[in-house]
Design a protein around this ligand. Structure first.
Ligand SMILES: [Fe+2]
Ligand SMILES: [Fe+2]
Length: 317
């Protein structure tokens, strides 16, 4: 892993580090595809959501490269250019890892490869035929939800993944922390390109939300079918209730995004006290811990080290 800066930033979006991780998904036992023992429905949900995510991430990388490389383009701020470079680096690594994880899932869930291929084609077509404004707007709309989901999931860490497979938990904690770190970049790029087009930005937020829900819905339906949920109707009802509840929470968290004065850095979720797991993970990995593995013991040690770092130093005279 490479970290360029060791940060104790006061705001989670202050430094965007490219952590070059490659997870060993072949060491995850098939019994751990549903990887959270604390909340199996969450792990199926997030597996389902993650299937189309790398295709979006490849799309984002291509779109932002196009914008970055424009002669006399709209990215006048050197800081924004630097942030664009960093988000491209982070998302390229995300896509690499999610594609590898999807290959494991595709081998287990019969109808998943077709859904995955369809999701990939959608973004390839959008890249080929979409207007510049659509592409920049869609990236900004999508990044609204990757950032908000990042915050929601990290805030519910205990409820969702206190006891979980160490590799897949490490994948998701890494991904969610980085989604929060670069959560303002796509928004800033849209503003730099089409700042005055607020209604279009709102439309793209809505379109991205519907797209995420629909892609996740298709994968989730297949996964709970294969996992045998429909043999126990109550289990299936509970699983769909979880899906609806998470979708509602994500949509509700996005309401401030519709305001003309919105900026991701001042979103209420991001503005409150920083997430403890994110802070602990950032310090822990910056200090050289292996971010590819987050066993239950690692998490206990990581949180304890973070607690200790917060204690005021006592002097002995
Ligand atoms: Fe990502
Ligand atoms: Fe992202």
């Amino acid at each position: 892993m490479t970290s360029e800066i060791i940060s104790t930033s006061p705001h989670p979006m202050d430094s965007i580090l490219v952590r070059r991780l490659k997870f060993a998904f072949d060491q995850v036992p098939t019994s751990d595809l549903v990887w959270s023992r604390t909340h199996p429905d969450f792990s199926i949900f997030i597996n389902a959501l993650g299937v189309h995510v790398p295709h979006f991430e490849r799309f984002l990388v291509a779109v932002l490269r196009e914008i970055r490389d424009e002669k006399n383009g709209d990215l006048a701020s050197p800081q924004l250019v630097k942030d664009v470079q960093a988000i491209i680096g982070q998302e390229a690594y995300h896509a690499f890892n999610f594609e590898a994880w999807t290959r494991r899932l595709n081998a287990h869930y019969l109808r998943l490869p077709a859904i995955d291929a369809h999701a990939k084609n959608y973004f390839l077509r959008a890249l080929e035929t979409g207007s510049r404004k659509f592409k920049v707007g869609f990236v900004a709309g999508y990044e609204t939800f990757t950032f908000l989901a990042g915050m929601i999931i990290l805030d519910r860490y205990d409820q969702y993944m206190r006891d979980a497979d160490p590799t897949i938990r490490a994948l998701w904690v890494w991904h969610q922390v980085e989604e929060v770190e670069h959560g303002a970049v796509a928004f800033d790029v849209y503003k730099a390109c089409y700042g005055e087009h607020e209604w279009y930005r709102r439309q793209m937020v809505l379109l991205a939300f519907m797209h995420i829900v629909w892609e996740t819905f298709k994968c989730y339906a297949e996964m709970i079918r294969v996992e045998g949920y429909y043999r126990k109707p109550w289990r299936a009802i509970k699983a769909w209730f979880f899906f609806a509840r998470f979708g509602f929470d994500l949509g509700y968290a996005a309401l401030p995004v519709l305001s003309a004065s919105y900026h991701p850095r001042t979103h209420p979720l991001c503005n409150e006290q920083q997430n403890e797991v994110a802070l602990a993970w950032r310090s822990w990995t910056a200090a050289g811990a292996d971010a590819h593995n987050l066993s239950n013991e690692n998490v206990v040690q990581m949180l304890a080290a973070h607690e200790l770092s917060l204690e005021p130093e006592t002097s002995t005279v």
